[in-house]
Design a protein around this ligand. Sequence first.
Ligand code: CA
Length: 231
Amino acid sequence: MSKPIILLVEDEPAIADTLVYALGTEGFEPVWCATGADALSACGKRAPALAVLDVGLPDINGFDLFKQLRAALPELPALFLTARAGEIDRVVGLELGADDYVAKPFSPRELVARVRTILRRAQKVAAAPATASAHGFAVDDERKQIRYRGKALDLSRTEYRLLKVLIDRPGRVYTRDELMDRAWDDPASAFDRTVDAHVKMLRAKLRALAPEADPIQTHRGMGYSLREGEQ
Ligand code: CA
């Protein structure tokens, strides 16, 4: 397994040196940048597992840099290095979604321990099977909710079941009969066109969230599938 890359953005070389050494000896691959601009370009080359961000940087403050990094890497965990009490208040108060902070001066050993904790937590979240997701969809079966590209769809019971069948097997073509069997309480009372009407409604709701997307594919004379490779 390759070492987790830790992006370290800190303009004071003495602090950076200590941290690069501490992270390196503890099994991480530190990438040191002294400015926000360097950090953004380093991030574009190889995605870090976590960012350690000094709040006071020469070209940008750590909070704004974090927002920009998150725009490119939405899941990126971060730990702030703060020099003043006022900065700690901001880390807490801004609700940036940062994972932790340490106040200067700090022990490198403590910082490495925090990094480890955050990464463990992030891995747990990533592995949690609470929602099944595919192709931009996230299904929350307990709440009977489906989110598309992060936004909740307002679905009827039948629409929910119909869409879930498609999401569970992207690329699999379902005939109207199969869809009816799986998504309707009483398939015998449903007509073929009912499936079409529901798919049409689903498409309209998906388009309302993402106008350019068309994740449900029609197979003439056969049925429907969830388009593969759709994000
Ligand atoms: Ca600084």
